[in-house]
Design a protein around this ligand. Structure first.
Ligand code: GLV
Length: 334
């Protein structure tokens, strides 16, 4: 067999967005790779077309893998997401089609928890608002209440969604800032993990009512859609801050903009948005919100580790039949 024939025999994969050249090079050792160095945003039809004859796809969280695409891509065997969240995958449809999904957990936990805490502090201490004021040349003198915000230390930290990232935020709050930590989750943590995080389980209503700062770290699904809307915001303290580093759609952004304008709550920090990268126009006009463009896991070492994990899932499954972080392991038994 000559080298050209050997190359032809490699499984074919698509990398849907621009990623680290070294990760592309690693994948190219095993696969016939089509990458996207210009980082073009493909339509669903273009993605489907590019997946023809390909066994694997490296996705980054924005590409929708649904029943329609799967039906049109019969050679596809694995979709490897470079994200811990995978609400871009219709997992039931993938399982039905015998297509494995993988995500990128663990490698981003501490980086994302760091960012959640940074966004919480920036929000409670009004850093963005104060910086805009300074840059605009409005700072002419000291004032006793200028940009007075809310304390972090000693406050009650509420966490909705207590997976690995939620636990990381709890540890930072309890051990770094002496916060009282309460959480709500679909299922209660075991006693040892609760003790390690110094966190107490409460019902959702108590969480909303008691938290001085509420951080959202739950996965997005039909059941968490608008988990925080007008009714929930109305139950929170008027001095409270809300931070969303989970997914757009968990918060009703229109209702949040109204609540921020009416001071139903004091402030919000948002890294994720409904329909992002579009941002609800009313959020852009209220001053008491800190807005960042979905960067909670964005440090170079963490993004590189996420990309390597997605690549290792493709290699692990298509070459060795051993994916590292399968989401629907039922496919492996098929
Ligand atoms: C980022 O939002 C992720 O899910 O990794």
């Amino acid at each position: 067999m000559n080298p050209t024939e050997m190359t032809r025999m490699k499984p074919q994969i698509l990398i849907a967005r621009a990623i680290f050249p070294e990760v592309i090079a690693k994948l190219a050792q095993h696969f016939d790779v089509e990458s996207n160095p210009s980082d073009a945003l493909w339509t669903q039809a273009e993605l489907t077309h590019k997946l023809q004859g390909r066994q694997g796809v490296f996705t980054t969280g924005g590409e929708r893998i649904d029943a329609e695409l799967l039906a049109a891509c019969p050679d596809l065997k694995i979709c490897a997401n470079m994200a811990v969240g995978y609400n871009n995958f219709d997992i039931a449809a993938m399982t039905a089609a015998g297509v494995l999904g993988t995500n990128a957990p663990d490698v981003l936990t501490e980086t994302t928890a760091d960012f959640g805490f940074a966004l919480l502090m920036a929000t409670a201490r009004r850093m963005a608002e104060a910086e805009h004021f300074l840059r605009a040349g409005h700072w002419t003198r000291w004032r006793y209440d200028m940009f007075a915000g809310a304390d972090i230390h000693g406050a009650t930290l509420g966490i909705l969604g207590m997976g690995r990232i939620g636990q990381g935020i709890a540890r930072r709050g309890a051990m770094g800032f002496g916060m009282k930590v309460i959480y709500h989750n679909r299922s209660r943590l075991d006693a040892a993990t609760e003790a390690e995080c110094k966190a107490s389980f409460v019902g959702k209503e108590e969480l909303l009512r008691s938290a001085d700062h509420l951080v959202l770290v739950l996965p997005y699904s039909a059941s968490s859609h608008h988990a925080i809307g007008a009714a929930e915001l109305a139950q929170m303290k008027p001095t409270a801050t809300l931070v969303n580093i989970a997914r757009g759609g968990i918060v009703d952004d229109a209702a949040l903009a109204v609540a921020l304008r009416n001071k139903t709550i004091a402030a919000a920090g948002l890294d994720v948005f409904e329909g992002e990268p579009k941002v609800h126009p009313d959020l852009l006009t209220v001053p008491n919100v800190v807005l960042t463009p979905h960067i909670a896991s964005a440090t170079m070492p963490t993004r590189l580790a996420m990309a390597h994990l997605a690549a290792d899932n493709l290699i692990g499954y298509l070459i060795h039949n051993k994916p590292l972080t399968p989401l629907n392991p039922a496919v492996l038994a098929l």
